[in-house]
Design a protein around this ligand. Structure first.
Ligand SMILES: NC(=O)c1ccc[n+]([C@@H]2O[C@H](COP(=O)([O-])OP(=O)(O)OC[C@H]3O[C@@H](n4cnc5c(N)ncnc54)[C@H](OP(=O)(O)O)[C@@H]3O)[C@@H](O)[C@H]2O)c1
Length: 216
């Protein structure tokens, strides 16, 4: 059993992670400003704003792994806001020897091995441009981290999101820096299956100090 902290544990991806980790018997701490209406057995909630480093420190106390699922939206939409929080998080995770996972976006994935990033293609929606670029910058920051930080960054499928919750199938494929698509050209993943892939990664680390992608 591991002690796993989910930053943004009441959001779309975060709540799936809390449920998946708790259902496997891990000790889970969900962190967000607003308390959830309910939590699964084995999970606790810490209320706080992640812009306060004291909240990050408290959350990571005694943790084995932390997965950050906060999106650069709302009050964190300003360019650099989430990047700043994640830089502090990385520092605290290194200091406390906690494995750090960050959920990013599909936009930073390349469309083919020698092709452009998805965010740089004409098809990429304008509405997600800033979010994609902020998360790509977070990945860039992680890649400059020294050996002392055990991190991974996951880019979900392009069609992943609260608007397409999907089903829990228990199957997924893993890739590296290139967008994964199915035989019809679709890139999809449910919230429940992303959570399965990430708790699998916590239980059996296969990606250290690198980015990977998850899709069907
Ligand atoms: N296809 C794709 O590439 C794709 C699609 C969707 C999402 N994503 C990415 O996946 C990740 C998860 O997205 P999501 O849609 O699951 O996010 P979400 O539903 O918006 O959840 C965000 C969570 O963060 C918490 N939060 C926000 N600001 C906070 C603060 N200042 N302090 C503490 N907690 C805070 C929220 O709770 P409170 O507001 O109560 O604090 C909530 O629990 C993000 O990085 C997002 O960009 C990628």
């Amino acid at each position: 059993m591991a002690r796993i902290v989910i930053l943004g544990g009441t959001g779309y991806a975060g709540a799936h992670l809390v449920n998946e980790a708790a259902s496997r018997g891990h000790q889970v701490l969900a962190v967000s400003r607003t308390a959830p209406e309910s939590l699964p057995a084995g999970a606790e909630h810490l209320g706080g704003d992640l812009r306060d480093p004291a909240v990050l420190r408290t959350a990571l106390e005694g943790a084995d792994a932390v997965i950050a699922t906060v999106s650069p939206r709302g009050e964190l939409a300003e360019q650099g806001a989430l990047r700043g929080i994640y830089a502090q998080l990385a520092e605290i995770a290194r200091e406390k020897d906690v494995r750090l996972g960050v959920i990013g976006g599909a936009g930073s994935l390349q469309v083919t091995a020698d092709g452009p990033k998805l965010v740089d293609t004409p098809e990429f929606p304008d509405a997600f441009q800033e979010e994609a670029r902020e998360l790509d910058a977070v990945l860039g920051d992680l890649r400059t981290e020294g050996e002392g930080l055990d991190w991974f960054f996951v880019s979900p499928a392009a069609g992943f999101g609260a608007y397409a919750p999907g089903e829990r199938t228990g199957s997924y494929r893993l890739g590296g820096d290139v967008l994964l698509t199915d035989e019809n050209g679709a890139s999809e993943l449910s919230g429940a299956d992303l959570a399965i892939a990430l708790i699998d990664e916590i239980e059996t680390p296969a990606h250290r100090r690198t980015r990977f992608t998850v899709a069907y």
